[in-house]
Design a protein around this ligand. Structure first.
Ligand SMILES: *Cc1c(COP(=O)(O)O)cnc(C)c1O
Length: 356
């Protein structure tokens, strides 16, 4: 139970709407309670009168929204007596699973696609002591293997097919409505496996049970990994936004339901558009998210400009992960630093005056 004002994580805060009891040992690292930040400079660039907020999920303990689901999944795994968890991952799920397993004192096995995982995420999984299994295949291959191996070994799957993941992640919608004091008109988010859009829709519909109020859900995919736009699973997903490099979304039906029931849509962005949105947020708002996250803002800006999202709307975009997760992609987008100059007042003064 909470004492004073100390925040004890999202399960403690939202225990009334989560499947835990008073005696459940909570495996928490203080996840959730992330800021909802109003954009100050980007809305004007759209030429339209809109309010855009970003839910900065990169400020969770391991730097992505995955912690919301992982605190629930690991809490329940431990409650049910599991000694090991397993997941396939494009990176953030493995970082989160590794951290929560460490906290709980159980083992984590993570299957990751060889060479296709951002450096920060790999560093996390390694530091938290997960057993890392690199496979010569993509996320979809890893997911299939995890499902098969879990039938033959005493390990709990903590991918978003674990229903407790979705339960934990729905709390983001609760936090948004609480922070805004109302339900947003539109909610934009990147879509990979589609667990997060499913979880948000669950949260919004639970809250709106009596009022019927809910946002319109817009899901954005990378052009090279856009099964929802194609209308079918794809085999070789490719995108710079590795967190959404997924061709066989596990929450396929649930995500279509969220889109249809909310009156929303799916759309896609090229890698160039995704990276441009990431840079725009960094330069205009001081907010650094990873490439996949920026698909939400890039998609929202485009749909504000083209009028699909009307003027006067309140829009929330989920920034799913922190920019520091993927330093390589960030640095490769920026101009190389100029040559070192003399360590003298004159040289530094000249360098500054040159830029003013
Ligand atoms: C996992 C992840 C996504 C995709 O979320 P899904 O629930 O798989 O649709 C998007 N961005 C980041 C940073 C992620 O880690």
């Amino acid at each position: 139970m909470a004492t004073g004002n100390r925040y004890l994580g999202l399960i403690d805060k939202y225990r009334d709407v989560l499947p835990v009891s008073d005696s459940t040992r909570l495996i928490s690292i203080g996840e959730g309670n992330t800021p909802l930040i109003k954009l100050e400079n980007i809305p004007a660039l759209t030429g339209k009168n809109v309010d855009i907020y970003v839910k900065y999920e990169g400020l969770n303990p391991t730097g992505s929204f995955k912690d919301r689901g992982m605190t629930m999944a690991v809490t329940k795994a431990v409650e049910e007596g599991s000694k090991a968890i397993i997941c396939a991952s494009t990176g953030n799920t493995s970082a989160s699973a590794a951290a929560y397993a460490a906290r709980a004192g159980i083992k984590a096995f993570v299957l990751i696609p060889e060479g296709k995982i951002a450096l920060g995420k790999l560093a996390q999984a390694m530091m938290h002591g997960a057993e890392i299994i690199q496979i010569k295949g993509n996320f979809d291959h890893g997911m299939q293997l995890v499902k098969e191996v879990a039938e033959h070994a005493p390990v709990t799957i903590v991918n978003s097919i674990n229903p407790y993941r979705i339960q934990g992640q729905k709390t983001a919608a609760y936090e948004i409505v609480e922070a805004l004091g109302k339900v947003p008109d539109y909610h934009c988010l990147p879509v990979g496996n589609a667990g997060n859009i499913t979880a948000h829709w669950l949260g919004y519909t639970e809250m709106g049970k009596t009022s019927g109020e809910h946002p319109i859900m817009a899901g954005y995919q990378a052009a090279g990994a856009a099964p929802f736009l194609k209308g079918e699973m794809i085999d070789d997903p490719e995108t710079v936004a590795t967190a959404i490099r997924i061709g066989r979304p596990q929450s396929w039906d649930q995500a279509w339901a969220a889109q249809k029931e909310s009156g929303g849509w799916f759309d896609l962005l090229s890698d160039e558009e995704i990276l441009a949105a990431q840079k725009l947020l960094s330069e205009q708002e001081g907010i650094f998210c990873e490439p996949a996250s920026a698909a939400s803002v890039g998609g929202a800006i485009r749909d504000i400009k083209n009028g699909k999202i009307p003027e006067g709307s309140t829009i929330v975009c989920t920034l799913t992960g922190h920019g520091l997760k993927d330093p390589d992609t960030a640095i490769s987008q920026c101009a190389i630093n100029p040559k070192a100059i003399d360590a003298s007042l004159d040289a530094v003064k000249a360098a500054i005056l040159d830029k003013l």
